[in-house]
Every structure is written in C-alpha cells, then in structure tokens.
Design a protein. Structure first.
Length: 327
C-alpha cells in the first residue's frame, strides 16, 4: 500500500492556510538527494549472507556454496551505514525532519517498503547507491495521528551496474490524543491448576484447606505432589486442616509495588508493603501465604495465626492467615 494513499485529509478551514504553507515547504524537498555516490560499508560477503539466512530461517541452497548469491531481500542491508553512518550523505533528510518536528510532527514510524530486483548480488560485489527524497504526502490522518508520509528511493549498484531499487516509506506524525484508560482493579495472576493439584483448589473453593496424606505410610505432604516423598507411594487421600498455625518464617515485600499482591486487614488491594509468611500448620506441614490482621512490621516468628479465605476478585479466593488466631 502506498503511504500517500493511507489515511484521510484532516485539514480544516481554519488550518488550511497554515497546512498549505507547510506543505509547500515540504514538497520543495522532493527530488533532493539524501545520499550521493554512497558506498556500502562492506562488499557482499558470505558471513553476512549466512547471518541473514539464519535469522530469517531461509535454507534455500542458492545462498550457500561457491556459486552463492545474496537473498534479494538483503538489498537494503548492503547500504546501511551502521552507527557511524556512511559517506555521501547530504543534509536534506535532516532538514526535512527538522521542519516536520518544528510543525509538531515529532513521532515517526516505518510504514512499508518496496523493492525491485534487476540482477543478483554475489560475494565480492562492491555496492554503491544514491538516495533521493521521492515524495512527501499531503497531511493525512491515521489511527496513530496526523502527519505526512515521506518516501525515499535508493538505487543500489553493483560494480556501477544498477542492481535494484529500494523505496522506504515512513510517517512523521503528531500522536493522536488518546482517552485515558479506564482504571481497573489489578488482577492477580491465575494459579496454575493441573491434575496434581486440582483437588487442592477445589477445596479452597469450598473453604476447605486440604492436605495430602500418603495412602501407605500416612505421611502428610504440602504442596500437593503426585507421589509420597517418604515411601514413593502414589496412593493418597486428604485430611482437612484445622486452620490453626504459627508463623515459621516471613519476608516483607517492599519493592517493586504490585497493587494486585498487596494485602491489608480488610482488602486485597491496599497500597504499601505486605508480609508473606511461611506458615506451619498444626498438622505439621508448612505453606506460604499472606499474613493479615496486623501491620506488616508487627509480624513475628512464632506468632499464632488462623486460616481464612480472602476473595481477591470476582472468581478467585485464596487461603490467607490472620494473626492472633482470631475468628
């Protein structure tokens, strides 16, 4: 798609004169040279061809071996100047961009390119090129914003012979005003539920904290696992935790601040640090969860806690532990 055909004319009566005056200055750049007698930084070579093909996943045999040619789509790559630029570059491009920047069109996005191939490029070919500003569109309105499409044409030569033409089109634009996004309550990531732990989350949904019990040796285990760490048995059933426990260890989360993970006495979305505890249940197993009911800096090892279930959004409840063992 041609950039000059994209978008719609956004001119209004009040801005017509200013827009026309700017456009007259812009079209004065059409036909000006942006690079004359530019030289490729490197001749066409097999290492660059190999890197290109590996990046693109192109395994065509024409690009390897003693009779290799360069992939046609590499046409622009041989003219790139890198961070240090290349010889033969004029100031026309910078002057055009400065004019657009001054008019408020400070953002830029590449929109499309067109290439024409006239002869294959082979390892050893020395690359020369000339670049001209081919067109500047009238003011256009796009979803990104209002601006002007600028098209440059680069004629690429190998050994003085025209090998191909590359047209590159960008949009210099003033970003469109966007409505402020509607503030939404941050959502916690969903827990990973699989065949090994689905029973645990079914219990949570029913406000029951279920612990696995080995069907052979009777060992309790948490988190849920497909087999017993003590005897290796794959047989198991569950027991329901009483909900009593103590803080075995804990950390206080300060930074970065993720509102979806903060917990206060009454809410799952209060700002500020929060305590995450390793809770030793009365049954002897340990689990990680939030400690609520006291400020984060009042949590202590050995503090008694009691299970409760906290709804953090419309379809997720989590087991947490309230300090003090209060009901």
């Amino acid at each position: 798609m041609s950039g000059t055909d994209s978008g719609t004319d956004s001119r209004t009566d009040s801005g017509t004169d200013a827009a026309d005056a700017l456009y007259e200055r812009l079209v004065a750049f059409v036909g000006r040279s942006a690079a004359t007698a530019g030289a490729g930084r490197d001749p066409v070579n097999l290492p660059m061809i190999r890197h290109w093909c590996e990046a693109m996943g192109d395994t065509h045999p024409a690009y390897t071996g003693p009779d290799a040619v360069a992939p046609p789509t590499m046409l622009q790559a041989w003219t790139m100047g890198g961070l240090s630029g290349h010889t033969g570059r004029s100031s026309a491009h910078e002057e055009l961009f400065a004019l657009l920047d001054g008019a408020g069109y400070t953002s830029v996005v590449a929109t499309d390119c067109e290439q024409e191939y006239l002869r294959p490029l082979r390892p050893g070919d020395e690359i020369g090129f000339d670049t001209v500003i081919e067109s500047v569109s009238e003011r256009k309105t796009t979803k990104l914003g209002t601006g002007h499409f600028v098209t440059t044409r680069t004629d690429v030569r190998a050994g003085g012979e025209l090998a191909g033409t590359h047209r590159f089109r960008i949009l210099k634009y003033a970003p469109a005003a966007r409505p402020s996004p509607k503030a939404e309550k941050p959502r916690r990531p969903r827990p990973v539920v699989n065949r090994d732990n689905a029973g645990f989350w079914e219990g949570v949904a029913a406000h029951r904290l279920l612990i696995q019990r080995c069907g052979d040796c009777g060992s309790l285990r948490f988190p849920w696992l497909p087999g017993c760490a003590e005897c290796g048995s794959r047989e198991w059933d569950t027991v329901e935790a009483s909900g009593e426990g103590t803080v075995y260890s804990y950390v206080v989360m300060h930074h970065p601040s993720f509102p979806a993970f903060t917990v206060s006495e009454h809410s799952a979305d209060a700002a500020g640090p929060y305590a995450v505890g390793l809770i030793e249940l009365a049954e002897g197993v340990r689990m990680i969860s939030n400690v609520v009911g006291v400020p984060y800096d009042k949590v202590r090892i050995g503090m008694p806690v009691r299970l409760e279930f906290l709804r953090v959004d419309e379809d997720l409840e989590l087991p947490v532990f309230r300090a003090g063992g209060e009901d």
